[in-house]
Ligand binder design. Structure first.
Ligand code: DAH
Length: 340
């Protein structure tokens, strides 16, 4: 029986099937109720037990070889109605697949872009794998700054250092190297830090960077721009407050809080009972950074800011755990259906 089946496998491989009629004959000959396969399975019943395993396997190979020839003919001919087999009902309605809702981070990213576009900001994106110059050195990070440490940064290569960017501030440098002022742009993108994953931190997250460079740009402009943004994003009653802070690439630097839109400033667990929630870092571009990009700091000034999209989304939609953004759980994502 083994020999017979082996011969059949070769025969099937060589069989010529060029038309629908050939296919139908082939099918009846091998797969039909009185066809070769049926007869072999009948014969298989009488195979001695000790040969059943081996014979069964090769019989199965034969069955698959027959089906493979049929499938390949149908595949080559395309699944046009002419090549459909009788058991395919082409009049059946297709299953409707509802389009997925937009991810909340995309909704907020789009909203941020829209708010800044309205006051003349262009949008640019750049690479996620960065060199030391654009991620650190040109931004005035001293050699021994802790952010360069393996603890915080995912390095891809050492000497010269190549890393996953730790912030979108690298795009400030890329933009100023390529363009002369006036510059007014925002840079959304994904950033990476070697952080333990928790309800409040993740090793992958998203930022939007902003940069405005021109003659006569002052802290006033920064503050007014950020107030406009906060009120467009969280509602016209939103207040902002700026606290002094430190970033190597801005001088002076600040952190901006918005009044908590969940408790209306009265105090709740989202704002840790302070009435304020921090949403971004900002400041006046350090003249050394302008000079690093060949922009004359005697003539031009600028401001910059960087915000975390996750943080803003959490505040806007009262989401308490950052991990929800990355788990693809439809029970979470479907709540954003209808938003753009
Ligand atoms: N790059 C900073 C961070 O990731 C955020 C930041 C602070 C961006 C101040 C800025 C800025 O542009 O001016 O923590």
């Amino acid at each position: 029986m083994l020999d017979k089946i082996n011969k059949l496998i070769l025969e099937i491989r060589d069989a010529s099937i060029t038309t629908k009629e050939d296919l139908e004959q082939f099918r009846i000959h091998y797969q039909g109720r009185k066809g070769i396969l049926a007869a072999l399975f009948e014969e298989f019943k009488n195979v001695p037990n000790d040969q059943k395993k081996e014979t069964g396997k090769i019989l199965n190979d034969l069955k698959m070889a027959i089906q493979a020839r049929i499938d390949s003919f149908l595949g080559n001919a395309g699944s046009t109605p002419e090549s459909a087999t009788a058991d395919q009902d082409l009049t059946r309605p297709v299953t409707y697949m509802e389009p997925g809702p937009r991810h909340p981070l995309s909704i907020v990213r789009n909203r941020i872009i829209e708010i800044f576009s309205r006051i003349g900001y262009s949008v640019a994106e750049d690479r996620e794998i960065e060199d030391d110059w654009h991620n650190f050195t040109a931004l005035n990070f001293p050699e021994e700054h802790p952010a360069r440490d393996m603890q915080d940064t995912f390095f891809i290569e050492k000497n010269p250092d190549i890393a996953l960017r730790t912030h979108t501030s690298s795009v400030q440098i890329r933009t100023m190297e390529k363009n002369k002022p006036p510059i007014r742009s925002i840079f959304p993108g994904r950033v990476f830090r070697n952080e333990a994953i928790s309800a409040r931190a993740h090793c992958i997250f998203h930022q939007v960077e902003g940069l405005s460079v021109d003659t006569d740009v002052s802290f006033r402009d920064l503050k007014q721009t950020l107030l406009y943004f906060a009120q467009e994003m969280f509602g016209e009653d939103t207040q902002i407050r700026l606290r002094p802070s430190y970033f190597p690439f801005t001088e002076p630097s600040g952190e901006m809080d918005v009044s908590c839109n969940i408790c209306g400033g009265k105090g709740c667990n989202i704002c840790k009972y302070t009435g304020w929630v921090e949403i971004l870092g900002c400041g006046m571009v350090d003249p050394a950074v302008l000079d690093n990009c060949n922009i004359d700091s005697e003539i031009y000034t600028g401001f910059a800011f960087g915000m975390g999209i996750e943080r803003i989304t959490m505040l806007k939609y009262q989401i308490r755990d950052l991990r929800l953004f990355f788990e693809n759980d439809l029970r979470f994502l479907n709540q954003f259906r209808g938003e753009i």
